[in-house]
Design a protein around this ligand. Structure first.
Ligand code: HAM
Length: 422
């Protein structure tokens, strides 16, 4: 036998037994976004490499070491998108959406990052992202967070913690950056190699270090919050008040700086302790400078993205995962007459009940093996048709999930009975 070819490390198949939970999640999110007036946009998976360099930032883990970048046949440098915000802004500018004040957008699909795979971290993963444009005030920051709160509630997810921080404007960060550089220069001997490099290129990222040896020196660093303008502080305070009014709990986390450079002012993450090290299920913030940086007019913007693999993993721990329905009916047929009658019956039922999910047994086999297949399909009812039943104009109707006796019913009454029961 020929050697089988395996999937690429960190890129998983989503199998038929998992897709119902994915569809459930995607349907719920789509429904909530629709109810808040967000429109879907679909962008290409591949973009010019330059787009991500200019938006995510040259000195970030994503751009420095995680992008799938390759030369196109005509020599252009292309990249599989590591995230959706850059592409969404590009598409919004190119198609006049931002100019025409289309303000609330969402997208979904695969993203690619060459990270070290582990539980909850993959090289191909899926996000649903939300981006809003041209809305300056904290009311939209609040709306986005309330939207996520509603989503967790509707999905039955508990124990998620909202972490919040503000990063100020780019000028405020530039001033703060100088303070931070002076501080870390005093503590240069205590820094690791990565941080020394970042001291030149992106000192704020030192605050984000995962190296426990640096915990103390990082804890002593000046905080950005102490050096923000009145406006930035007011923006943040109005958001916090709004969350208080809505009864949404949050934790202020001054170390939350995010791994992408385009953020300004509000940043937030939803974190759980139920998934191990990769506990952030949703993250985002304001990026008021990005539209201009990508060639548009100055336009404020704020958004977030959720990691679907992580949300599915959380949903798997809830009752929802056990209760997802399979098909409605599994049609079991024994004997030649029954097989012929069964094909007609299945189509008649599909005509009568357009939403009906019905598997018509194919491939023969005894009652026992057909019942096994019916059970595996998680069908709510089996409909049993043998040559005897055909002669009498009846079928057997057996509930498979909720208990109850098998009934014999007239073939002509079946659609009506199912319409009542399903
Ligand atoms: P991000 O924090 O890089 O932000 O990713 C958002 C979410 O995607 C994470 O919180 C996580 O749930 C999921 N995620 C990221 N990397 C992986 C991975 N390797 N495996 C599995 N899940 C992953 C962004 O991407 C921004 N574009 C969010 C945003 C939108 N900000 C403003 N608008």
């Amino acid at each position: 036998m020929a050697k089988q070819i395996q999937a690429i490390r960190g890129m998983k198949d989503i199998l038929p037994q998992q897709t119902p939970l994915w569809q459930y999640l995607e349907d719920r999110v789509r429904s909530v976004l629709g109810r808040y007036g967000y429109d879907e946009i679909r962008m290409p998976i591949v973009e010019m490499t330059e787009l991500f360099k200019r938006s995510i930032g040259e000195v970030t883990d994503i751009v420095e070491k995680e992008m799938y970048t390759f030369a196109d046949r005509n020599g252009d440098s292309l990249t599989l998108r590591p995230e959706g915000t850059a592409g969404c802004v590009r598409a919004g500018l190119e198609n006049g959406l931002i100019f025409n004040q289309t303000q609330r957008l969402w997208y979904q699909g695969p993203m690619f990052r060459h990270e070290r795979p582990q539980k909850g971290r993959y090289r191909q993963f899926h996000q649903i992202g939300v981006e809003t444009f041209g809305l300056e005030g904290p009311d939209i920051d609040l709306e986005l967070i309330l939207l996520t709160v509603r989503l967790w509630k509707e999905l039955g997810l508990e124990g998620l913690e909202l972490q919040l921080n503000t990063l100020g404007t780019s000028e405020e960060r530039a001033n703060y950056r100088e303070l931070l550089v002076s501080y870390f220069q005093v503590h240069y001997d205590e820094l690791d190699e990565d941080s020394r490099r970042r001291l030149e290129s992106n000192p704020l990222r030192i605050l984000d270090t995962k190296n426990p040896d640096l915990a103390q020196v990082v804890a002593g660093a000046p905080t950005l919050m102490e050096h923000l303008s009145e406006e930035s502080l007011a923006h943040f305070e109005v958001l916090l008040k709004g969350l208080d009014d809505a009864g949404v709990a949050y934790v202020l986390n001054p170390r939350l700086v995010r791994g992408l450079d385009y953020y300004s002012r509000t940043v937030f993450e939803w974190v759980t302790d139920q998934l191990g090290a990769q506990g952030t299920v949703c993250a985002g913030g304001r990026y008021d400078g990005l539209v201009e940086q990508l060639g548009g007019k100055p336009t404020s913007a704020v958004g977030f993205a959720m990691g679907l693999e992580r949300l599915v993993a959380l949903l798997e721990t809830t009752a929802v995962a056990q209760q997802l329905p399979g098909v409605d009916l599994y049609l079991i047929m024994m004997g030649d007459k029954a097989k012929r009658k069964g094909v007609q019956l299945a189509e008649t039922l599909r005509d009568a009940l357009p939403e009906l999910r019905l598997i018509s047994h194919c491939g023969g086999g005894g009652f026992k093996s057909q019942f096994k297949k019916a059970d595996k399909s998680r069908a709510r009812f089996a409909v049993i048709l043998g040559d005897d039943e055909v002669a009498k104009g009846e079928v057997g109707l057996k509930p498979l999930r909720d208990g109850g006796e098998q009934l014999q019913v007239k073939i002509d009454d079946l659609a009506g009975i199912l319409a009542d029961r399903l």
